[in-house]
Design a protein around this ligand. Structure first.
Ligand code: TNX
Length: 525
């Protein structure tokens, strides 16, 4: 062989070995673990820490929040490992063999959500400035352990964590998904399940699309007919449903415990048929509409010229603000084709002021930039870049949800069972391969609060169906939101994603087994 050929041979052999090597064969190289989102920095040290029947979780200090975070980790580890890891409090570094969670508050690079994870033969030490950082670090610990750690029944060990140091913090402060519970209603258990899935990939926002033409899904005590009538059905004529305020608060608390903020949306002035059917006075002619179970958009509008419409909206916003601890309320504003633009503009301006009067900031779809974007209003770019650019020109920040790249309801390809394709087909690589800070030249990184991947539910009504569209694309959106663009690459991500196949299987997730990925499902049967 000539030297050139030899070099080529070695390179090909190396490339093949990278392609076919199974990370399970290199258990003591932390940097080979398949973490999603990819951490900012991983330094491997060789060797490993083993969870044993002596291992406990020590949390620094006595705070209830620290204990709760420790308990969250214990509850994830105990069922599958069969161990009885307990949470203990301490003021000192614990003895060897344990996991230690502590708050330092001094490491400014890590910010509010970052963490440092140090794993040696003797101990696992997770540190952060804030509890949210510890919570995200816990997801990393779970992902370093074998996939079967996610199963609900006892599995065989060993339960090894590779030695090394991970320093990690997010690129964007807003990393979210949206669930449309209006077109098809999803019950509280489905929502909680989704929140757990978001947490596993370090996402921190769940936007709930609570009203649309087909249904009104949140109890408003001053207007009980909204749910009594407007919550009664859904796309296809199913029975629909709604959340009582108590149930909504339960969702909010469940999300809060996982460092996820709930952002509720009441879409207006369009997408309001369910309200128009339930409250007659919202119609200009005073007559209630029929309930709607189809999938058309753009045909409904609140009567923007009636003063009573604004009294109604004020009640809705007041009640919603009172049960929403997060800083944002979403007021929709999209596809108001049945509202004249000269009515739309003053309407959106007035409703923004009402949200602010109730102590919240406004989030709205990009059409809001046709009106005056009030200070602190965030524009959610989904369809028209020119709208988002208008928003930026008015000083607004942008939330990136471009339909062509980030819509979870878009089909993967023409053979997909569920989903739509009006914006694009989004295969797993296409969903991953874009950079929010680079998509629209006029929208720069400093204008962007983050990324959100919405799931519209015209075509999906059951958890399994929703999961088929959400997974595995959600993992890519989580990584886009967390990992710096310069560290992201599809070829490397594809390998890590392949290894999440068995994690998703262990978690009982009905993911779409894209042919673009060589799924690894060895460990979990
Ligand atoms: C457009 S996205 C809509 C929704 C639909 C979705 C279907 C947006 C702000 N409006 O009403 O559900 O397309 O992909």
């Amino acid at each position: 062989m000539t030297p050139m050929k030899f070099k080529f041979f070695v390179q090909s052999a190396l490339a093949l070995s990278v392609l076919f090597s199974q990370p399970a064969c290199t258990p003591s190289d932390l940097s080979k673990e398949n973490m999603i989102p990819l951490p900012v920095s991983i330094v491997s040290a060789g060797g490993s820490f083993n969870l044993t029947d002596q291992t406990n979780i020590f949390v620094q200090g006595e705070s209830a929040e620290m204990k709760q975070i420790g308990q969250y980790l214990a509850d994830k580890l105990n069922p599958s490992t069969g161990l009885t890891i307990k949470v203990k409090t301490t003021t000192d570094t614990p003895a060897p063999g344990n996991i230690f969670l502590s708050i330092s508050g001094k490491d400014t690079e890590l910010g509010d959500e970052g963490y440092q994870l140090t794993i040696s033969d003797k101990s696992v030490h997770l540190e952060a400035n804030k509890p949210a950082g510890l919570f995200h670090g816990i997801q990393t610990i779970r992902q370093i352990l074998p996939a079967k750690v996610e199963m609900k029944t006892a599995q065989k060990g060993p339960w090894k964590l590779d030695n090394g140091v991970i320093r990690d913090f997010p690129e964007y402060g807003y990393r979210g998904s949206m669930l449309d519970v209006a077109r098809h209603f999803f019950g509280i258990d489905d929502v909680k399940n989704f929140i757990e899935q978001l947490a596993y990939y370090k996402m921190n926002v769940l936007h709930l699309h609570l009203s649309d033409d087909q249904g009104w899904r949140i109890e408003i005590k001053s207007w009980p007919n909204l749910t009594a009538h407007g919550g009664k059905t859904e796309v296809g004529g199913g029975e629909g449903g709604y959340y009582t305020q108590e149930q909504y608060k339960e969702i909010v608390k469940y999300a809060q415990d996982r460092y996820i903020t709930i952002i509720p949306e009441i879409d207006m002035p369009g997408h309001t048929n369910a309200a128009l059917a339930s409250v007659a006075m919202l119609n200009c002619d005073g007559k209630p509409k029929e309930l709607y179970t189809g999938t058309e958009v753009g045909f409904s509008t609140l009567c923007t010229s009636k003063e009573t419409t604004y009294q109604f909206i004020d009640d809705v916003i007041r009640e919603l603000a009172a049960i929403t601890p997060g800083e944002y309320l979403h007021i929709g504003g999209d596809e108001s084709h049945a509202t004249k633009i000269e009515d739309y503009i003053p309407f959106m301006n007035r409703v923004q002021d009402m949200v602010v009067a109730h102590g919240k900031k406004v989030l709205a779809w990009d059409e809001i930039a046709l009106a005056t974007v009030k200070p602190n209003t965030v524009v959610q770019y989904w369809a028209k870049a020119e709208n988002a650019i208008k928003g930026v020109a008015q000083g607004a920040k942008v939330l990136m949800s471009p339909a062509k790249n980030a819509y979870l309801d878009m089909q993967y390809d023409s053979t997909s069972t569920y989903g739509l394709h009006w914006a694009a087909y989004i295969e797993v690589d296409k969903g991953y391969n874009w950079d929010p800070a680079n998509l629209v030249p006029e929208i720069k990184k400093e204008n962007i609060v983050g990324i959100e991947a919405p799931l519209w539910s015209e075509t999906v009504g059951a958890r399994q169906e929703a999961e088929y569209l959400i997974f595995p694309r959600l993992l890519g959106y989580a990584e886009i939101g967390w990992t710096p663009a310069k560290l992201r690459s599809w070829p490397a991500y594809r390998v890590r994603l392949a290894n999440h196949g068995e994690r998703m299987k262990a978690m009982n997730i009905n993911f779409y087994p894209s042919k673009m990925v060589r799924w690894e499902t060895n460990d979990v049967k």
